[in-house]
Design a protein around this ligand. Structure first.
Ligand SMILES: [Zn+2]
Length: 267
């Protein structure tokens, strides 16, 4: 069986990336070619036959694509290679990891008979009539928190699927919306709000292809003077003077051995 890298390098000059859920330059051998899913911890993509082996498809790069477990199960099992490529092209999304949510929105509408997006909008407007950008950030921050809280106790991942499927996601979205409807207090810390604002400004800048003004320059550190160091680590100084060893001091103070060494040098 060819490796993930071999399969990706075989296809990169043959298929236009705009027709897929990935960019060839961006770890194409690790991402699902349909939904763009990647896992930081391990390679989650599977080698999927374009023409199934039971129909005579070979274990060769020209007959293999990379898909996550979920997409692999949904892929067509037919004796026609064009169908696989048409399926990838027409069911993939332009943004990473959005496919499962788009599918969840569809499932939501089918299960509950209303559009998720309009329900969200209704709740948002009822809670934040002014609808400022920071209202938006607070709303979705709280949304994410509740989503996380509801995830483990109320839903599970089907064996072998590796992730929450669309209809389960739809249920979760519903749970979160119901919780938000009843919510009266909307507080997040100022620091977190600032973080979110910086992040969304960056995303917008990246999206528009502009450089952000006033990019934060790492602050220059001014090293402490010897006296300041000795004052700060007086405990180490005293222990050293009492004849304690480095490992004893590390144990007693919880400070690192390099700090102990630094103080030792100054004394
Ligand atoms: Zn996928």
């Amino acid at each position: 069986m060819p490796s993930h890298i071999t399969i990706a390098s075989y296809w990169r000059d043959k298929v236009y990336e705009g027709d897929m859920g990935i960019d060839w330059e961006d770890e194409a051998h690790k991402r699902c070619w349909r939904c763009g899913r990647i896992s930081k911890n391990r390679n989650v993509t599977q080698r999927c036959h374009i023409i199934p082996s039971s129909l005579g498809g070979a274990n060769k790069p020209e007959n293999l694509v990379l898909l996550c477990a979920f997409c692999h199960r949904e892929a067509p099992n037919v004796n026609c290679k064009d169908t696989m490529w048409a399926w990838i092209k027409n069911t993939s999304t332009a943004f990473y990891d959005t496919l499962r949510y788009l599918m969840a929105f569809e499932a939501y509408e089918k299960i509950y008979g209303v559009k998720f997006q309009s329900e969200v909008q209704k709740v948002f407007v009822s809670k934040f009539p002014e609808q400022t950008t920071s209202d938006n950030q607070v709303f979705f921050e709280v949304f994410g928190q509740i989503y996380g809280e509801k995830l483990t106790p109320n839903t599970t991942i089907h064996f072998g699927e590796g992730q929450t499927n669309p209809s389960t996601k739809a249920f979760l979205l519903r749970e979160v919306l119901l919780a938000l409807k009843g919510k009266t207090e909307w507080t997040i810390s100022k620091e977190r709000l600032k973080e979110l604002e910086d992040k969304s400004n960056q995303v917008l800048a990246d999206f528009l292809g502009i450089e952000t003004k006033g990019k934060s320059v790492p602050k220059k550190r001014t090293p402490m003077t010897k006296d300041q160091l000795l004052k700060k680590h007086n405990d180490i100084k005293e222990l050293l003077q009492q004849g304690s060893t480095t490992s004893e001091i590390v144990k007693l103070t919880g400070k690192s051995s390099s700090t102990v060494y630094k103080i030792q040098k100054i004394l």
